[in-house]
Every structure is written in C-alpha cells, then in structure tokens.
Ligand binder design. Structure first.
Ligand SMILES: [Zn+2]
Ligand SMILES: [Zn+2]
Length: 156
C-alpha cells in the first residue's frame, strides 16, 4: 500500500511507502492561514516512509516548533512538519487519492470559521449541470494529473 501526491503545477511530487495514518482537520488560525482555507486537512505518514520523487518543497517556519512545506512555484500547501517528530502531516488535497484519508478528529474546534451543517445545506450545483458543463468545456487544465508522470509539463 502506498500513496502519492504533489502540488498543482507538478514541480514537487512525493510518495509514501507505507500506510497513511489518521487524518484530521485543524481549525486553528495558523492552519487557516497556511492553507488559505477554512481549516488544515492533514493525514499523517511515517517520515521515514516519505520519499520526494520530484523537486523539493520549500518550508516556512510558522512557529518555533513547526515548519510548513509548500511548492515554491505554484504555492500548493504540502506538509505540516513538527520538529523532531517521526510523523509528518501531508495536506490531504495534495494526495492523488484524497478520498483515501480516514478522518478521525477535528482540532482547535473553538476557532472553527463556518457552521459545517449550514454549509452542507447550501444550494448545490453539480459540475455536469448544463451551465457549468459549458463553462468547464472551455477550460484547459494545466494542473498536474493525479498520478506520477515521466516528464512534466508534457511538452517541456
Ligand atoms: Zn507546484
Ligand atoms: Zn492547526
């Protein structure tokens, strides 16, 4: 069992030669800011089983204990790295199969920004509705695909 992933532009890719650990979402203000999102979604992996297969992440020291890894080319958040830990947090959206993450808990719940029940109740628009489908048909993606590639971008 292994997992792989990388950033949006494909400059940085990684693989985990082992099982992914437990996943959580963290509502703390630092995770919100680091992800540019509502919360930080991370799954743990053994640091010794993590291999960087293309490029290298850049890291920002967000506190005296933690570095946060990201792609310096496209900005995709990639890691949460606690000083001295045997585990590393991988940003779940960066995985090739993000649905593999097994969520077990929410952290820093007091800082939660949105009422999730209310979000789930918002009106929905699926990507295959005619209005969205026409728009999506006009979009050409430059995002790296959700699998390893021999070369990227393809025409480089
Ligand atoms: Zn990138
Ligand atoms: Zn956090």
């Amino acid at each position: 069992m292994s997992a792989s992933g990388g950033c949006q532009c494909g400059a940085v890719r990684f693989r985990v030669d082992g099982e992914l650990g437990e996943a959580s979402i963290c509502h703390c203000r630092m995770c919100q800011k680091a992800m540019g999102g509502l919360f930080g979604p991370f799954v743990s992996a053994e640091t010794s089983e993590l291999v960087w297969t293309r490029g290298a992440r850049k890291r920002f020291q967000s506190s005296n204990k933690v570095q946060r890894g990201f792609c310096a080319d496209c900005g995709t958040p990639l890691t949460f790295e606690f000083e001295g830990a045997k585990h590393i947090g991988l940003a779940i959206g960066a995985l090739d199969r993000p649905a593999d993450a097994r969520f077990v808990e929410q952290l820093a719940s007091g800082a939660r920004l949105a009422d999730f029940a209310a979000l789930a109740a918002l009106p929905e628009h699926a990507e295959d509705e005619p209005r969205a489908a026409a728009h999506l048909a006009s979009i050409q993606s430059y995002q790296h695909p959700d699998h390893d590639t021999d070369a990227w971008p393809p025409n480089a």
